[in-house]
Design a protein around this ligand. Structure first.
Ligand code: DC
Length: 227
């Protein structure tokens, strides 16, 4: 008896913890390969925004107001060369999504099976079409296990906190390194320990530590392995 070989999809799956450089690298790798790029964190952030606007961002998954707000929210995305444009019920919410508070709500509600289920089909349809670089937490394990290359990024928490602080400052937001580091560690713990689709490397993922790498070194490393 032979074990069936799963089909391979021409795609790169990039997973990793908060601020490990996933989206920066995924965008550049996609450019080099001429593929689409989808940052799936932005989809969870869009749902977080919808829930927050409905006053349901801190409710439990079984609360009728949460259930109603989730059912009412419709997320759509349009891949563009610079990333995805995310629409929430027809409104382009892309510029609103990088907010720290939304990231925290997204991290909390992404542990709910109903939220993950709501975003599954959209991600899977994009993934199955191939010629795509997707980044997130469960791309190699759940969304795109057939990707020809799966990368799991890691980086020292202090390095990630410094990167996040720089990003925030570029966006005109103020924060201290201690607070950003504490937030990253809390988010890592929550993303890793949730019961559904936790942040873990796929069994066949290549682990890349970007702590001491430049963006272009890491992009070269990934593209070389893909080719
Ligand atoms: O990558 P990010 O920080 O934009 O993601 C925000 C949150 O969304 C993250 O803390 C966990 C969740 N997320 C997820 O659970 N699965 C994904 N594929 C992407 C993001």
């Amino acid at each position: 008896m032979t074990t069936p070989v799963p089909p391979v999809i021409e795609a790169v799956a990039i997973d990793g913890p908060a601020s490990s450089g996933k989206s920066t690298l995924a965008r550049e790798v996609a450019k080099r390969l001429g593929y689409a790029f989808v940052d799936t964190g932005s989809l969870y952030r869009a749902v977080a925004l919808a829930l927050d606007r409905a006053g349901a961002g801190d409710l439990s998954e079984s609360d009728p107001r949460f259930i109603g707000a989730l059912a009412a929210c419709s997320v759509a995305i349009e891949p563009t060369p610079s990333g995805v444009r995310v629409d929430l019920s027809g409104e382009d919410v892309t510029p609103l999504l990088r907010d720290e508070r939304l990231g925290r709500i997204a991290s909390r509600v992404s542990a709910f099976p109903s939220v993950r289920k709501a975003l599954f089909a959209l991600q899977r349809t994009l993934a199955a079409a191939g010629r795509i670089v997707m980044d997130g937490r469960d791309i190699g394990t759940v969304i795109l296990p057939e990707a020809r290359l799966k990368i799991f990024l890691v980086a020292d928490p202090e390095v990630r906190a410094k990167r996040r602080l720089l990003d925030l400052e570029r966006n005109g937001q103020q924060a201290s390194l201690e607070i950003v580091l504490a937030d990253i560690l809390q988010r890592d713990e929550r993303d890793r320990s949730r019961k559904i689709a936790p942040l873990v490397p796929a069994f066949d993922a290549l682990v890349l530590d970007t702590s001491h790498m430049t963006v272009s070194e890491a992009v070269d490393w990934i593209v070389d392995r893909y080719r």
